[in-house]
Design a binder for this molecule. Structure first.
Ligand code: IMP
Length: 431
């Protein structure tokens, strides 16, 4: 079986969870490699809605092994709670979940610093999820973080290390943000208990993924967030703190490029963004609210209303090129079913000239206006469609246009929330 990397093509929330769940059948490993509990992957199991933040979505399939790579930042409280809530609904993952010893530990002070920093920035804030992601990656890069492997130390050592870190963080909290200190011993004691639960899952990543490296085991790499939120290639500084683009799958696991296989990009049939920062094709006021209501566009992690807009081809082409996508999946096509007019941004207007490329600097992107191509809506339901020929002709035309502009095959179209509400098109749309 070929390996595959699933990457968010836009600003996150493209519906990757459902696609990973669908493609997870028969794979040996589902691997998360960046980000942390800032991600919110929603999967429907019958009528049951399951939201995952750290546990890979593909783990909902029995027999699949899950791996949280070294590129991740792991909140051990959040991980334990997620494992327990899956067990409550009869999904046992404990004995098939593995966490790299080199992943970083995200501790309560990271969240406190994240929140305090954001409120200090006021109107200039990033609009983070408040999950402590930036401060934790900050510690990683500054070489002052604790790693998951540290949980395996004798209790006294672990307790001492954690107390020291919390006290240091308390100084930072007080000096920079005038914020309340956190209870150092309480946190250290809780972590000692958590270490017992999580300890059996902690592995050396090089050894755990040996089968994938050798090619005897298959892997599905589950990206979180999206290309335009990538720390290096996204709309900096309004980005997350990890590499959500394809390179993250290598540095975040230690696997070489030949292990990646197909690179699939997931794009919504329109665009959404949570948090602050430029969004050229954003729809404001009622138009945006309509799309939000139709698409149920509220964050799976924070419940925040997502900003909504039309499909942005300039950004999407950048995303396809940057990641070397070998196929794309379009999700939530059905959300557009009732629209009489559908638009897609084909170019930007930047300081009076047409611009076809995506400026990664937020300041430049802010000044881009969109040039739209308009389509007449199909105004018919698509959720029952299971093949291209079932789709209304105008829906097919819209997809054909996207495919031509993106320059890579659309290999699937999601037409509803359910697992089987999908049209698979391995040969593409315009063949
Ligand atoms: P952070 O990752 O919490 O630091 O947030 C940084 C930016 O990334 C903010 O704009 C968040 O709204 C956004 N973000 C982080 N995770 C996700 C996600 O899973 N989906 C969509 N946006 C996200």
């Amino acid at each position: 079986m070929d390996n595959r990397v699933i990457i968010g093509g836009q600003w996150g929330d493209e519906g990757k969870g459902k696609i990973v769940d669908a493609l997870g059948e028969g794979v040996d490993w589902v691997i998360r490699y960046q980000g942390g509990a800032n991600a919110g992957h929603t999967i429907m199991r019958g009528d049951e809605k399951i939201v995952l933040h750290l546990v890979p979505s593909g783990l909902l399939r029995e027999g699949v092994k899950g791996y949280l790579g070294n590129g991740m930042v792991i909140d051990p409280w959040a991980l334990r709670d997620e494992i327990l809530s899956l067990e409550e609904i009869g999904i046992k993952v404990r004995d098939r979940m593995f966490v790299s010893a080199a992943a970083h530990l995200l501790l309560p002070y990271h969240k406190r610093i994240d929140e305090a920093g954001e409120s200090q920035l006021k109107r200039k804030s990033i609009g983070t999820t408040g999950r402590g992601i930036g401060p934790c990656y900050g510690d990683k890069v500054a070489r002052t973080g604790l790693r998951v492997g540290d949980l395996l130390q004798p209790n006294e050592n672990l307790e001492r290390m954690v107390i020291e870190k919390v006290l240091e963080a308390n100084e930072r909290l007080s000096a920079l943000y005038d914020a309340e200190p956190l209870p150092a011993s309480g946190i250290a004691q809780e972590l000692v208990v958590l270490a017992k639960t999580l300890g059996p899952m902690i592995v050396d990543g090089y050894e755990a993924l040996a089968g994938v490296r050798r090619g005897t085991e298959s892997a599905l790499f589950e990206g979180a967030q999206g290309t335009l939120l990538d720390i290096d290639h996204g709309s900096y500084p309004f980005v997350t703190s990890s590499n959500a683009t394809v390179g993250g799958a290598m540095t975040g696991t230690g696997l070489p490029p030949r292990c990646l296989g197909e690179i699939y990009g997931i794009f919504k049939a329109y665009c959404t963004r949570v948090g602050n920062g430029p969004f050229p094709s954003e729809l404001l006021a009622e138009e945006g609210e309509d799309l939000r209501r139709l698409g149920g566009e509220f964050g799976a992690t924070t419940g925040r209303a997502r900003r909504c807009g039309w499909f942005d081809l300039v950004a999407a082409r950048y995303s396809v090129d940057l990641n070397g996508m070998t196929g794309v999946v379009i999700t939530k096509l059905d959300v557009l079913d009732g629209m009489s007019v559908i638009k897609a941004a084909t170019a930007y207007e930047y300081e009076g000239t047409e611009r076809m490329t995506f400026p990664a600097r937020a300041g430049d992107l802010e000044r881009c206006k969109t040039v739209y191509r308009e389509f007449q809506g199909w105004e018919k339901p698509t959720t029952g469609c299971r093949s291209l020929t079932d789709l209304p002709a105008r829906a097919r035309q819209y997809l054909e246009f996207l495919e031509q502009e993106l320059g890579t095959h659309i290999i699937g179209v999601s037409v509803g929330r359910g697992r089987d509400e999908m049209i698979w098109t391995p040969e593409g749309i315009s063949t």
